[in-house]
Design a protein around this ligand. Sequence first.
Ligand SMILES: [Fe+2]
Ligand SMILES: [Fe+2]
Length: 471
Amino acid sequence: MALTDSIPNNVDLTSDRKLLRALEKWQPNFLQWWKEMGPDGFQTSDIYLRTAIDVDPSGWATYDYVKMPDYRWGIFLTPSKGDRFVNFGDSAGTEAWSEVPGELRGILRRIIVTQADTEPASVEQQRQLGSTAPSLYDLRNLFQVNVEEGRHLWAMVHLLHQYFGRDGREEAEALLERRSGDADKPRILQTFNEPTDEWLSFFCFTMFTDRDGKYQLAALSESGFDPLARATQFMLTEESFHLFTGETGLERVVRRACELTKQDPNGDARAQGGIDLPTIQKWINFWFSSAVELFGGEISSNAADYFATGLKGRYREAGKYEDHRALDEIYSMPVLEGGKVHQKEVPLRNALNEVLRDEYVSDCERAVRRWNRAIEEQGLAFRLHLPNRRFNRSLGIYASGSFDLEGQPISSDEFEAHRAEWLPTEEDRAYVRSLMKPVYEPGQFANWISPPKKGVYQQPLDFEFVRLDAN
Ligand SMILES: [Fe+2]
Ligand SMILES: [Fe+2]
């Protein structure tokens, strides 16, 4: 089969022989990586998957049984809507670039490689989860997320191959060589080296870590480099399913925690074989504090450069803001000085990581309100909270101090004294892992999680989302 048949695309691969050859060389290495580092097992199972086949909003995906190695990883850019302009920064209003401007080559390559690296990293982090899936529905969703992260890698590799010549090809190879959690060749960002070896962490990952991805992609979708803007726009359409998986997954664990709490004579969901609400809170504390690091330093000259040069905008830059140069504005942020938190004024361009983090935090707060409504509906007084963004940081301006869940400065001794109460302990992790037993009967769900409200693509909940014994 010719490569163009196996890669659905709207970038006219057939007419670009050089690009085609480069991708032809990369494809077997990708498949080799998928076999080694993709989901462990299930490679011969038929999975009810969505495949992107087009960019038309009404019909961009098909749903059918596919074996994962046969998934058609495609390359799609959202079509341009007429002339595009640089939407922000020093050259706001000039024509967008369809080639890489020479002076931006280095930083643009670094932005693309950093984004690209997270895609295979998350697949590696999640590769053992299939053996403990709480249902066929969840198993299928895991694999859907995994194949789409693979497609996102393709999307970024296409840019590297098409626009960065030999450097780009080398970066594309290196993306298949780094390994999540590997001591010698780790993935670039630390969160993507954390193991995701049980399902509560998987839901937290898709809720909190993938959601960072949404905001990074949204900022890049404003980019003056038109191919990057259009590639990330289309990635966002797939990404929303990953976020759905995390947000609704956590909601289902919360619902079940409430039911088991009420069933138990002592109000102890663990005694009923479930995950209790305080444990869920600790996972939220851990994963949220890990994910907020991904936005980068609070005061950042890199962020200012990315904005000034038109590479990376604010969330919904074009629609939401009037002053796209943001030269004179200031941003007031809390900083730690002399053991106290006080407000400091920073030029807005230097605070753009924090501006993006603000969008992220309020989106996460919205999700927490949704989970709390579920708890309230069941008549329990417990409420979940997002920790303050200063809590448990190892990067940025808050890393030098210690903060409680409300963001108040405390001594590192106080932090350590509360550690086991605020963050997952080894015992907690062992307990959660002990619950992870696979449930592969159609329509059945593990005891620690509620069924979802509905199936996938109008299929009922007892649909066989994964045919395990396919050959
Ligand atoms: Fe992704
Ligand atoms: Fe994702």
